[in-house]
Design a binder for this molecule. Structure first.
Ligand code: GLN
Length: 484
């Protein structure tokens, strides 16, 4: 059962090949048997899952089954889940039981999905390797000496190890696409505003967007159908008509124009990654697409602009964790200043502290114009590059990450080397565009990701372009060696 796609599970449940309780128990047993190898879950919600599965079975029997009725999924631990610990992988929230559900969690509940548990991640979603979690690193199922990518490393490892058929995730600068690439999965970050951020713990509010990690573009379309909604509780959520993303999957790619940005193939790109991406370009040509070289001239400014804007927003967002209202509180504070200092000093890890310091500095009186304002101006130029490119092309294609999964500690001493792993994904968030990663090959047994970037609200087109590649190739069907 665990090797079936979500599409197959939906039909298996409806055809009574297995019940949701059987299916859910099967995944819970797999997690119990295998997850100490990967550490992909922070909290398991077996009792909730089995209760939801029983209800799902009743609805299936009554012929009243919503879209994902009875399908088990996992939620990244950045999404609030009522009555269940929501830690964001931080000591700060180790004791936090969310009093409400995130909108996307509610959407999945209403669609009948079953929650297996909450997945591990980088602390407050800051990282590209899942090494910053308070609950320890997540291991890549393809090679447990290597990182799964981050920050949604737990969701990616759980799906890649076949411990969950699909999982929710979030992407501020690449945190869905980069782990998708490193774990051989399909991952989509929708247009900013397509999915509600209500109840998703904020890192950098103008960049954060929820999305999904699955084993195929078809499954991503099915999961995104439920995740996407208009939500008045998130003021940046866009009231745009909802689509059925599965509808356009089969469309032919004849007449499609794919832009290949020069800047995504320069220095720093692993030659083997480049080779796999070039082979994927040939596949697209054979599927009828036209390839057009393009330029995104401000690409080199994306990482520097992001590492001013994201820390600036995080320093503001994380000021709410003060030891007063909820979260970690130090023992026996002397006075209020001591309470703040020690609660925050003890509750946050080093990467989070580094970002808060950088962000508070960039926003401080004398430096606001020099750093924060400048970065916002650069952001505008980056967005403009894409607007001009999309006048001539339908989608943009390139690598997702420069390298396949690296070993634990490989970039630990050098934050900038780590930041550069997101060089191809960050610009998409700065521009608010949708981006997707699909597997396109292996280097030494480790997966490589192909990135597709779409115009605003072109999620359906992106999924179609990804699905057509998956109809012509079998990279997405390969699974990590130890998962059988
Ligand atoms: N790796 C990037 C960072 O550390 C992006 C993280 C994310 O998308 N949440 O900020």
């Amino acid at each position: 059962m665990h090797s079936k796609t979500i599409a197959q599970l939906i039909s298996g449940l409806r055809n009574k090949e297995f019940s949701s309780v059987e299916l859910t128990q099967h995944f819970l047993d797999r997690i119990a048997a295998h997850d100490d190898r990967y550490n992909s879950f922070i909290t398991l919600t077996g009792d909730i899952a089995l209760t939801q599965a029983q209800v799902a079975d009743q609805r299936l029997a009554a012929g009243d089954a919503p879209a994902l009725c009875g399908v088990p999924i996992a939620h990244k631990d950045i999404f609030c889940t009522k009555g269940v610990r929501t830690s964001c992988a931080s000591k700060m929230l180790d004791n936090f039981i969310a009093p409400y559900d995130a909108t996307i969690v509610e959407n999945y509940q209403q669609a009948g999905a079953v929650m297996l548990g909450k997945t591990n991640m980088d602390e407050f979603a800051m990282g590209s390797s899942n090494e910053t979690s308070y609950y320890g690193p997540v291991k890549n199922p393809w090679n447990t000496n290597c990182v799964p990518g981050g920050s949604s490393g737990g969701s990616a490892a759980a799906v890649a190890a076949l411990l969950a058929p699909g999982a929710t995730a979030s992407d501020t600068g690449g945190s869905i696409r980069q782990p998708a690439a490193l774990c051989g999965l399909t991952g989509i970050k929708p247009t900013y505003g397509r999915v509600s951020r209500y109840g998703m713990i904020a890192f950098a509010s103008s960049l954060d967007q929820a999305g999904v990690l699955t084993r195929s573009a078809e499954d991503a379309a099915i999961m995104l159908n439920t995740m996407a909604s208009f939500d008045a509780k998130d003021s940046t959520c866009v009231d745009q008509p909802l689509e059925d993303y599965t509808q356009g999957l089969a469309a032919s790619l004849n007449g499609l124009t794919i832009g290949i940005p020069d800047e995504y193939f320069g220095e720093g790109l692993n030659p083997k990654t480049a080779e796999a991406v070039q082979a994927a370009i040939k596949t697209y040509q054979s599927l009828g697409a036209t390839i057009k070289p393009i330029s995104l001239p401000h690409t080199h400014l994306a990482v520097p602009a992001y590492y001013v804007i994201a820390p600036a927003e995080c320093s503001a967002n994380l000021s709410r964790f003060d030891g007063v209202r909820y979260g970690h509180r130090c023992e026996d504070p002397k006075d209020l200043a001591d309470l703040y200092k020690r609660s925050r000093g003890e509750g946050f890890g080093n990467e989070v502290k580094r970002r808060i310091l950088v962000g508070a500095y960039a926003l401080s009186a004398g430096y606001y114009d020099a750093y924060y304002n400048k970065a916002q101006q650069v952001r505008r130029l980056i967005k403009q590059d894409f607007v001009e490119a999309f006048a001539d092309v339908d989608v943009i294609l390139g690598p997702t990450a420069p390298n396949p999964a690296f070993e634990f500690g490989a970039k630990g001493g050098d934050p900038v080397a780590m930041y550069l792993e997101d060089i191809y994904t960050i610009a998409t968030n700065l521009a608010g565009l949708p981006g997707l990663s699909i597997p396109c090959g292996l280097i030494d047994g480790k997966p490589i990701g192909l990135q597709l970037i779409g115009n605003y609200f072109a999620e359906g087109k992106l999924l179609n372009v990804a699905h057509q590649f998956q109809q012509a190739t079998d990279f997405h069907q390969q699974t990590a060696p130890a998962t059988a």
